[in-house]
Ligand binder design. Structure first.
Ligand code: SAM
Length: 474
C-alpha cells in the first residue's frame, strides 16, 4: 500500500484535521512515511492567517515538485486546508505538478480522491465546495500511528491527550481575519456525538481532552448541523437553555465522562465569556486552570477598528473574574502588532495591558494584510519596519513577565499529567501542569499517563524542570 506524509502549517485545528486525514488513510491501508522523501503521497495542510504562512507552503511545494519531476514522477502531491480553500484551482495553475487541492470541508474525501488519482482514474482533483454536515467528519484519531499495521507485535506507547473538534467555521468577521472565508460559517456538532467521541478516546487511555474550534464560546449558538440528527436521549435532555450556553452544557456533559481527568478548550472569544462559563470554572474540577484569551490589542481605538466587540476594561474585568474563581489560572493570549492605524500610543497601551494582566505567554503576530478583508483596505498601514520593532519590544516584555512567572514556580509542588518523552531530550519525560506549563523531569515510560506530583527545581524559557515529589516531604 502507498505511504503518506502530511506536513501541517498553522493552528491546532489544522493539526487535528491532519490527524483525522492520516487516520482515515491508515484505516484504508496506507502507512505513514517518516519523511516526505520516501512518501508516495505528500500532502501540505496549509494556513492562510498570514502571508508568510502561505508563502512557506508554496515554497515547500515548489521544492517538492522539482524533486518529484526529477526523481520520483509517480509521487502524488496535494494541498489541503485554508489556502487550498481560498485559492482552489489557482494553485494547480501556478504549480501544475500538484494533483489534489482539498478544501476545509472536504478532508473526509482525501482517501477516496487519492485512490482515484493513484489508480489513474483521475488526473487532477480540486474540491473546495461547501458540504453540509462536514463539521461532524473530523472524528478519526491516530492514537497508535502505524502500530496496528506493523504486524511485529510492537505497539507504540499510548497517547495521553487528544484534541476533539466540536465545530467548524467562524462568524466573527474581525476586520483583519481571513478565517471566515477559509473555514465558512459556524457549524457545530451535536453534544451526544462529541461526548461519544470523547468516551471512545477515554476508553483507549486518553486522560486529557482539548475541545477545539475557531470560537468555541459560540458553540451551538446557531443550532446544530443536520448530520447530528437524530440526537440520542442523552443529548435530548441537553437541548440548550437560556441559563447555560450550549458550550457550557457541552462542558458539563464531557465532565461526566468517567476516567477523563482533565478538560481544556481553545480558542474562546473574550466577548463570549459569559458568567455561566466563569461559574463552570468554579464548579467543574476537571476543567483545568488555563485559558487562552486572544486579546489582539490593548487599545480601545484599535479593538474597535478590529471589530472585536469588547473593550480593554471588559477584558481586564474578565481576567479578574477568572482569577477570582481560579487564582492559579494560567492565561495566554494572541496579540497583533502594527494593525492599520496603530499609533505609538495605541501600542504602549498593548504593552501596559500585557504588564497589567501578566500573561503566562503570548503568541505575537505582525499584522499581515489578507485579501478581501476590510483591514487590508484601511488607511495608515503600518510600515514593516515599525511592525518588526514593536513585535520585538512586546516580545521582550512577554519574555520578562514569563521569566518572573516561571521563576515563581521554583520550590513549589504541582501536579502534572505525564505525556511522554521530552522532544528535546527523549531520555527525559515531559508533562503539563493544570495551568498548561511544560515540566521536564527524570522519569521513565512507566510514568506515562500518570497524574504525578512534582517539585519544581528550576525554570527555563517557558519550561519548568522538576523531580517527582516524594510523599511526606515538605
Ligand atoms: N479564535 C481566535 C480569535 O479569537 O480571534 C482566532 C484564531 S486565528 C486563526 C489565530 C490568530 O492569528 C489570531 O488570534 C490573530 O492574533 C492572528 N491573526 C489573524 N489574522 C491575522 C492577520 N491578518 N495578521 C496577523 N495576525 C493575524
Amino acid at each position: 500500500m502507498p505511504s503518506v506524509f502530511i506536513k501541517t502549517y498553522g493552528c491546532q485545528m489544522n493539526e487535528r484535521d491532519s490527524e483525522a486525514v492520516a487516520a482515515q488513510l491508515v484505516a484504508k491501508g496506507y502507512t505513514l512515511a517518516p519523511t516526505e522523501a520516501v512518501a508516495d503521497v505528500v500532502l501540505l495542510n496549509t494556513c492562510s492567517v498570514r502571508d508568510f504562512a502561505e508563502k512557506k507552503a508554496i515554497g515547500k511545494m515548489q521544492n517538492l515538485a522539482a524533486d518529484v519531476r526529477k526523481n520520483r514522477p509517480n509521487v502524488v502531491l496535494g494541498f489541503m486546508g485554508c489556502m487550498a480553500q481560498s485559492r482552489g484551482q489557482e494553485l494547480i495553475d501556478k504549480l501544475p505538478d500538484v494533483d489534489l487541492v482539498l478544501g476545509t470541508q472536504k478532508f473526509h474525501h482525501a482517501a477516496d480522491y487519492l485512490d482515484e488519482i493513484l489508480a489513474g482514474r483521475r488526473d487532477k482533483i480540486v474540491d473546495v465546495a461547501e458540504e453540509r454536515g462536514s463539521e461532524a467528519t473530523i472524528r478519526e484519531h491516530l492514537l497508535y500511528g502505524n502500530a496496528d499495521r506493523n504486524g511485529d507485535g510492537h505497539r507504540p506507547p499510548l497517547q495521553v491527550t487528544a484534541y476533539v473538534s466540536i465545530m467548524q467555521g467562524c462568524n466573527q468577521r474581525c476586520t483583519f481575519c481571513i478565517v471566515p472565508d477559509t473555514r465558512g460559517e459556524e457549524r457545530s456538532r451535536g453534544i451526544a456525538d462529541i461526548v461519544a467521541e470523547c468516551r471512545q478516546l477515554v476508553a483507549q487511555g486518553v486522560k486529557e481532552i482539548t475541545l477545539l474550534g475557531q470560537i468555541v464560546t459560540s458553540y451551538g449558538k446557531r443550532g446544530f448541523g443536520r448530520a447530528e440528527l437524530p440526537l440520542g436521549q442523552d443529548a435530548q435532555q441537553r437541548v440548550p437553555t437560556k441559563e447555560k450556553s450550549p458550550f457550557v452544557q457541552l462542558l458539563d456533559a464531557v465532565h461526566e465522562i468517567e476516567g477523563l481527568e482533565r478538560i481544556r478548550f481553545t480558542s474562546p472569544h473574550p466577548k463570549g465569556y459569559g458568567d455561566d462559563l466563569i461559574e463552570a470554572y468554579a464548579r467543574l474540577p476537571k476543567l483545568v486552570e488555563s485559558a487562552h484569551l486572544p486579546v489582539q490589542s490593548g487599545s480601545d481605538r484599535v479593538l474597535k477598528l478590529m471589530h472585536r466587540g469588547y473593550t480593554r476594561e471588559r477584558f481586564l474585568g474578565l481576567v479578574k473574574k477568572l482569577r477570582r474563581v481560579r487564582p492559579d489560572i494560567g492565561i495566554t493570549t494572541d496579540i497583533i502588532v502594527g494593525f492599520p492605524g496603530e499609533t505609538e500610543d495605541d501600542f504602549e497601551q498593548t504593552l501596559s495591558l500585557a504588564r497589567e494582566v501578566e500573561f503566562d505567554n503570548a503568541y505575537l503576530f505582525k499584522y499581515s494584510p489578507r485579501r478581501d478583508t476590510p483591514a487590508a483596505e484601511m488607511p495608515d498601514q503600518v510600515p514593516l519596519k515599525i511592525r518588526e520593532e514593536r513585535n520585538h519590544r512586546l516580545l521582550d516584555t512577554i519574555n520578562e513577565i514569563g521569566r518572573r512567572k516561571y521563576d515563581a514556580f521554583v520550590g513549589r509542588r504541582t501536579q502534572i499529567l505525564v505525556e511522554g518523552p521530552s522532544r528535546k531530550n527523549p531520555a527525559r519525560m515531559t508533562g503539563r501542569t493544570r495551568c498548561n506549563k511544560i515540566v521536564v523531569f527524570e522519569g521513565s515510560e512507566r510514568h506515562r499517563g500518570q497524574l504525578l506530583d512534582v517539585k519544581i527545581t528550576r525554570a527555563g524559557s517557558f519550561t519548568l524542570y522538576g523531580d517527582p515529589a516524594i510523599l511526606g516531604e515538605d
